[in-house]
Write a protein of this length. Sequence first.
Length: 692
Amino acid sequence: MDGMTPEQLRAAVQSQASIRARLGLPVAACALAMTLLAPLGGPDPNFAAVAVIGLYMAYAISAYLLTKRPGRLHWKDIVLGTAVLDPLILSGWLHAAGEQGILVLGFYLFTILGFGLRIGPSPMRVCQAVSILGFTLVLFNSPFWMNHLSFGVSHLVLLVVVPMYAGSLMKELRQAEQESKVKSQLLANVSHELRTPLTGIVSAAQLLEDNAVSPEDARLAQSIVLLSSSLEAEINQLLDVSRIAMQPLGPPAPFHLRSVMDSVQVALQESATSKGLTFIADVDPAIRYEVVGHAREMTSVLMNLAGNAVKFTHQGTVAVHIKLVSEGEESCRFWIGVKDTGIGIAQEHQKRLFEPFYRVDNGERRQYRGTGLGTTIAMEHVRRMGSELQLTSAPGEGSTFWFEVTLPICKLEKPLVQSAAAPIVPPKSVLIADDNRLNLELLRQMLAKDGHYVTTARSGREAIEHLSKGSFNVVMLDFNMSDIDGLSVYQTYAFGRLYLAPTFFFTADTSVGTARRLNDSGAAGVVYKPLTFGKLRASIASLFPGEIAATARHEPQQDKAAVRLAPVPVEHVDVAMLDTLREIKDQPDFIYGMISDGMADIEQLLGLLTLSIDSGNVFAMHQRAHAMKGVALSFGALRLAAQCERLMAVTTIQLQGSKDRLRAEVIANAHAALSALGELRAQFADSPSRLA
């Protein structure tokens, strides 16, 4: 009501019902006891008061239970119903209780203002009108209140005046809240628009750096890149704080805490090393499962806290720890903290440190730039996770920011084919283009499994040739191809045509810039790798909503040896990728061969990637890291894929200063993934179908 979303209205009604039960029931119980015990040795109890108090208690309990399961009732109906019933039952209570009714006289105002503050002016006015009417009837019908008419009339005046005054204050508060939202939206828009020219500045500076003819030119270009990166970080903080103010948390999803830690380490290791600091990123080895939550928000918390720790530490250590506190069947409790040996924070500043834009601008901290939003963003994210960010610090002794949070865990015991329920349309003519042989073959087999007529292209040029000669119902283009990228293929295909086949891009590049370019192209959509039956079927079905085939769903025959898989290091390979392979062809020899092909591709790309790192060729490194990421995602090598994604963001300056470390990290992750895939493949080597 009054501009509230259904979710906000539901929460407000449930809160109102909870207050009614938690506060009203104890008061009613006390009034009931007084009514029953007062007449001891005197006249009979006031049975009318007992009946009304009992009615109120039953009403409070019923209203509370109704908000948990409203059935077919709308939340607006519940609001209006309770806005009328609350003062009516209270009026009956006052009439029957006589003198003892003074105990609950203040509930009129409490109820009226409660509706106004939680839900809005409309239900408050309804409740106020019914309260005035009900109390007026009590005044002129109850013997006690007729004998105390001046006291009753004074309270009646309060029922008229106080809600009117409170309503004007609420209106001012709502206007201030609306102005705050407008400011947040303006902040978000301005910050977002600043990023577009900033991206161009960074790209131009990197080109200048790569083509510098003198050390001085290279130094100036590096300065532009560094300053632009600093500005981008501050703009991102402004975007984050405005996003938190305006957007609720999205749905939770499974993610690895190790992947979050890897992102933080790669982002901050360079700056820590350049200052001579030891940077520690430690995840408790006892953490065995994925957790269900919000990976982006968790990364933001650690990035802001650890970034501040690096900024304010001159020597010693910055350590980020994720520890397992307790483990249950459905959830685990974690201790997550950032500890540094930096300059510390005085006690008088610690409470205000989490306020927006607050900065400690005295002493040694004056020299540091920043928006003062890092700790605010971290605190808000932690609160939305259901916890509270804590701080332990003293000047000269460093700081520790930490919190504990309970998160559901996601074990690997999943149904073999989760995507089997995805909608399937009758066979269509589909063109697919990908310059990676293995990814192309996997995609071809997945589409052929659903009966589609598939034409394949190994390059952008070949895709253009097919599009110029034939017609297709659906086109699927890999965005990153070595000769012509998928977006250029689509733009060439679209030029001068009246009819275009619906076109999807598939990519492992999840950056905001790429998403914006692809979504603004006019194509049908973007499908992110790893490609699954569910994603492909849902994408195609969205184009033909009236043609979804009423095909029977059958469970695939499960190979007993395949079901009882031995443990595989979960941090290196997600065995859920077997679901896709099994749905294509649930035969051990097929799965063995596909895993072998994937391992061969990873080994080949690893050689090319390390060669580009050694030579300092950033462009080649980005291309090969992207190719390896696509293969890694297809075979569940999530940690290797995350490492490749980080390599795709490394600049020339970062590469020059960290060749050895980046090379060692990608080799270690690739070898770990190959080892895990090898263990998984070995379990299909001696299957009956392979030995036959």
